[in-house]
Ligand binder design. Structure first.
Ligand SMILES: *Cc1c(COP(=O)(O)O)cnc(C)c1O
Length: 459
């Protein structure tokens, strides 16, 4: 390592005064806007009135706003952000050394809060707007548990009631996540449940089912629309969530700009696309405006490959088909991925914004197998000290692979990746990996086709 490179600190933190005061809405710079959500009843683009029973008013405005470039972050939200932000951009010196690569690797670390992931960035915003509207509370679903945890923290802060439908297998396998949510005052119901009509119907049809994310969404939406003073909130996929998560990219860019660092490659894991969309937002903006070019790579699990093997089409966001239709890269709303340990990456669809950008060639996507992901996770933990979430480790895998390519070619590329969270609640997955019991189930073309054949018939 050359000495002068050390001028860049191991961790770059912004000053409080340098923190973003507005979120960046990448849609403002997209020539082709993401396709609108459709009302499942009429097949027409949703209106504010369609969404009002389900979502908070100001969040609907953000959802439908394709034009406002910067949206001010309300002071109350900025105050909350100060509790755990700015998050550091870290130069992975020790990982670079271990790999023997000439590449420079940076990561933006979002795991420094109790919920352990970036999801708190949007949870606090959504809770704020619910409170501002005078609501009693919000409902949501959680799969792996990170979103439910983040939302329960945000609701506790603003004194809102929080009802979480937690996918049953996760409820049973991750009792500690559940207890964190209850510590923050949320009520947690295993889904499917008998608390909703849709839950009862699913239980009748599939007794003994351990649930799915799409099914928990249907339950949470029903609970919101049938209870006075409640709305539904979602932790990924939606435009508003990518907007809130732009705080990740804005901070990362400001930190790197401060030291004159420009990434060549930006990498993030992609479940519903919110952390990746947030991390890349300001960089993508420059790319869309023709000011700069970056290689942007989405990483998904081989077991749930929405970008790399899905279809760009209108699909339902939930199993119960109560939510609007979204145009996105999808594997079909009935697709249930094999029990993958990267729980947060198991959604069948993908953000409409990222889907459009990917379709237009502004970004690439790749998929990786589980065991390779955990090999990367372990190498990262042993060199950088942080125990990464399995989801985040998808990005680590590809960052390492790109750095190893640089080792072969001798290129000194600069790589930035999103380290979305920590993996303390995922030790069962690590245990399976260490015991050699982890497998890489990759769906066959026939399985994917069977699911895609059931996409709603729209032109
Ligand atoms: C939820 C989650 C993800 C995936 O969600 P996106 O919306 O695609 O960002 C990734 N990492 C962690 C730690 C998560 O909790």
């Amino acid at each position: 390592m050359k000495k002068e490179e050390r001028v860049i600190p191991y961790k770059i933190y912004l000053e409080e005064s340098e923190m973003p005061k507005a979120w960046y809405n990448v849609r403002a710079d997209m020539k082709t806007k993401p396709a609108p959500l459709l009302n499942p009843g009429t097949g027409k683009p949703v209106t504010k009135a369609d969404l009002a029973p389900v979502f908070c008013d100001e969040l609907i405005d953000q959802e439908l706003d394709n034009d406002t470039r910067f949206i001010e972050i309300p002071e109350e939200i900025r105050d909350f952000y100060k509790m755990y932000r700015p998050s550091p951009v870290v130069r992975a010196y020790y990982l670079e050394k271990k790999l023997g690569t000439p590449a420079k690797i940076y990561y933006k670390f979002e795991g420094n809060n109790t919920s352990g992931s970036h999801k708190l960035n949007s949870a606090i915003a959504q809770a704020y707007y619910a409170k501002k509207q005078g609501l009693k509370g919000v409902t949501t679903e959680t799969g792996a548990g990170q979103w439910g945890t983040a939302l329960s923290m945000a609701c506790a802060y603003f004194g809102l009631d929080c009802k979480v439908f937690m996918v049953k297998c996760s409820y049973e396998q991750k009792p500690f996540r559940r207890e964190v949510m209850r510590t923050y005052g949320a009520s947690v119901t295993p889904s499917p449940s008998t608390e909703t009509e849709i839950g009862k119907k699913i239980l009748e049809e599939f007794p003994g089912t351990t649930g799915s994310l799409g099914c928990a969404i249907s339950e949470a939406v029903e609970k919101a629309v049938t209870n006075e003073g409640y709305r539904y909130v979602l932790g990924s996929v939606l435009n508003q969530v990518l907007l809130h998560q732009s705080v990740i990219g804005l901070e990362a860019k400001a930190a790197l700009d401060k030291y004159g660092v420009t990434p060549d490659i930006i990498i993030g894991c992609a479940g519903g696309g919110s952390n990746l969309g947030g991390l890349v937002a300001p960089f993508m903006g420059e790319k869309l405006r023709g000011e700069k070019d970056y290689r942007i790579i989405a990483v998904e699990p081989a077991s749930c490959p929405s970008f790399t093997r899905g279809k760009y089409a209108y699909d339902f966001c939930d199993t119960g088909k109560v939510c609007p239709l979204a145009k996105m890269y999808t594997l079909g709303s009935g697709f249930i991925p094999s029990a993958n340990h990267a729980g947060g990456l198991r959604y069948h669809g993908m953000s409409s914004i990222l889907s459009e950008l990917y379709d237009e060639g502004y970004m690439e996507a790749t998929s990786v197998e589980q065991t390779k992901v955990f090999e990367a996770a372990e190498l990262f933990a042993r060199s950088e000290g942080i125990l990464p979430a399995p989801e985040s480790s998808h990005a680590i895998r590809v960052a390492i692979d790109e750095a190893l390519k640089c080792k072969e070619t001798g290129e000194e590329k600069t790589i930035l990746f999103g380290l979305t969270g920590t993996g303390y609640f995922d030790m069962v997955a690590y245990e399976k990996f260490h015991n050699g019991e982890m497998s890489d189930y990759i769906p066959t073309d026939a399985e994917l086709q069977a699911s895609l054949d059931k996409l709603p018939k729209l032109q």
